[in-house]
Design a protein around this ligand. Structure first.
Ligand code: NA7
Length: 542
């Protein structure tokens, strides 16, 4: 029989990534009784789980950090875009500075939470992954910091379980790693994770088969190492660049060009695109013309420039339409681009094949490999499922959350996520999210959103304590108003023109809806700060 532990806290946080750690640190500083439960064995959230070959951050390191000077002053990333191992080391550094781990229960998954209307508290069940030990925790507030990529999505491919080789989803890669050298590797999926595995594995494997459904619009990363001297000099710019993050659409230290792509001459447009291209990274995406996500013609200019640059790197012209099609598979940037270092050159290698699944779908997986509709069996030693996540909502709905009437949170999200201010859901009192549905989340640099939305949540929890409020619940009207705002902004964009995880469209049966707040971080902060200034009118308080 497994043992059972009982604990009581004022605030229970689920998840020890950027969002959860910021909550823990700030709430503790302000004297709250707070604890974190994390299913991984270490800190970092996605940076614990995503340890597949090539996993690295698509945001430049200086801005992929907490803004607190005591944390960045003596921390150096050795590459402009750090790999997962270095990001993990960063989290250890943060832990050493702030002593966070002492208030975190690792290796433990929150499986259930039930609200008690008598006490205005959550009764939470958390289970140790290896020992099965059950922790029963009561907490006034439950703050879910489960991120947007904590529940892997694995497609229902016939025969998948029969595969006799090594098979892993990218986000469940074995911590000890896998030696891919000399192996016949198959990768299903060409999203951010697929691109990273493919370019990392191609030089070492015996043979690589890439199973591509939609071509990725991958942008040059322009990776480089950074010396300690360069880091030291660069730090002079950190305070001003960190301060800028909350004022930009996506929480970076740069923003869109404040012009339409149509307002400038052809020469000027090409010159600007060339400059953005040379800087590299997401600048070509989130630093592009201001109407790139709203005007089809502008968007097409940006796509065509990308296509022509990319084709120059692919020797086999038969692959041009496969990897960088003449017409865009969807508007540029409304599905998340990936950063790449040598992705397109991979397809110049003799030992690499690409299978285009739209014309030649996977029929089944066999013990020896993958059979496509053309009858070919692609024989494999290792099969990588780079197939993404039940993004944004999956980490939350995976927990059996119930209100006092026994209603399930997952059921309440069946017809779509609904929140007030991207922070809480009607029917589920004392439950808050950071970096969750209908907040800037995946449209924003992670550390920036964790701090910006996180600070608002911390202030809210302070306010509730000061005012001796023990129960809060957002109103349905506030949810409707938030939904209307999201719908209005989305309808002026091209985001609904792609079957992306931003729209919940990557998981069969999931409601198709904009899962993020699409107005940009400054507009989001304006909304939530106005609510705070007015005493949080979106919530009923008892
Ligand atoms: P993504 O971006 O959701 O990519 C998943 C990939 O898997 C994508 O290319 C999908 O094709 C493909 N996919 C999904 N289901 C299938 C099936 N059934 N058959 C074939 N191919 C399939 O996940 P990532 O892990 O790469 O990235 C997620 C985020 O994590 C990323 O944006 C970063 O923020 C970090 P599709 O494009 O849907 O046709």
């Amino acid at each position: 029989m497994t043992s059972s532990v009982h604990e009581e806290h004022e605030i229970l946080i689920v998840g020890a990534g950027f969002a959860g750690l910021y909550q823990l640190h700030k709430l503790r500083e302000r004297g709250h009784d707070v604890h974190v439960v994390e299913s991984a064995s270490g800190l970092g959230g996605v940076w614990y789980w995503n340890c597949y070959p090539g996993a690295r951050v698509d945001t430049w390191g200086p801005m992929y950090q907490f803004s607190d000077e005591k944390l960045w002053r003596d921390w150096n990333f050795s590459e402009l875009y750090p790999n997962w191992e270095e990001v993990r080391k960063y989290f250890h550094h943060v832990d050493e500075k702030l002593g966070l781990s002492r208030d975190i229960t690792f290796d433990t998954r929150v499986t259930q939470a039930t609200f008690d209307e008598g006490t205005h508290r959550w009764n939470v069940v958390a289970v140790n992954n290896t020992t099965g030990e059950v922790r029963r925790i009561t907490a006034r507030y439950l703050v879910l910091c489960t991120g947007f990529g904590s529940k892997p999505y694995i497609p229902d491919l016939p025969g998948l379980d029969t595969f006799q080789g090594i098979k892993h989803h990218t986000a469940r890669w074995p911590q000890e790693g896998i030696d891919l050298s000399g192996k016949r590797l198959g990768v299903i999926g060409t999203g951010a994770s697929g691109v990273q595995v493919i370019q990392e594995a191609a030089p070492v494997v015996d043979h690589l088969t890439v199973f591509q459904r939609t071509p990725m619009i991958a942008l040059p990363m322009r990776q480089r190492t950074i010396s300690d001297a360069e880091n030291a000099a660069d730090k002079q710019t950190y305070p001003q660049r960190m301060a800028r993050r909350n004022g930009t659409f996506a929480g970076f230290d740069y923003d869109f060009v404040q012009q339409s792509a149509l307002e400038v001459s052809d020469e000027e447009r090409t010159k600007i695109l060339e400059e953005l291209w040379e800087i590299g990274g997401f600048v070509y995406w989130l630093g592009n013309f201001s109407d790139v996500f709203s005007n089809e013609e502008s968007n097409r200019y940006v796509y065509d420039f990308w296509r022509d640059k990319t084709r120059m790197r692919i020797k086999n012209k038969d692959l041009w339409d496969v990897l960088a099609p003449t017409d865009p598979p969807h508007p540029f940037g409304v599905k998340r681009p990936s950063l790449e270092q040598r992705y397109y050159e991979v397809f110049n290698q003799d030992n690499v094949d690409i299978v285009t699944l739209r014309s030649n779908p996977i029929e089944r997986v066999t013990p020896a490999g993958v059979v496509t509709a053309d009858g070919i069996e692609h024989r494999l030693d290792v099969l990588v499922l780079a197939t993404g996540f039940d993004a944004v909502t999956g980490g939350i709905t995976a927990i059996d959350i119930r209100n006092a009437a026994g209603e399930s949170f997952a059921d309440s999200f069946k017809d779509g996520a609904h929140t007030a201010l991207g922070t809480a859901t009607a029917g589920f009192p004392n439950l808050l999210f950071v970096y969750g549905p209908q907040s800037p989340s995946a449209f924003c640099n992670g550390p920036t959103c964790a701090e910006a939305q996180g600070e608002w949540v911390v202030d809210f929890l302070d306010y509730l304590r000061e005012n001796r409020i023990t129960r809060i619940e957002p109103t349905r009207e506030a949810e409707k108003s938030w939904q209307n705002k999201i719908d209005e902004i989305t309808s002026s964009t091209l985001f609904d023109r792609a079957e992306s995880w931003y729209m919940g469209a990557n998981v069969p049966g999931k409601k198709v809806q904009m899962l993020m707040y699409p107005g940009g971080l400054p507009m989001f902060l304006h909304e939530v700060n106005e609510s705070a200034a007015n005493g949080y009118p979106e919530f009923v308080k008892n």
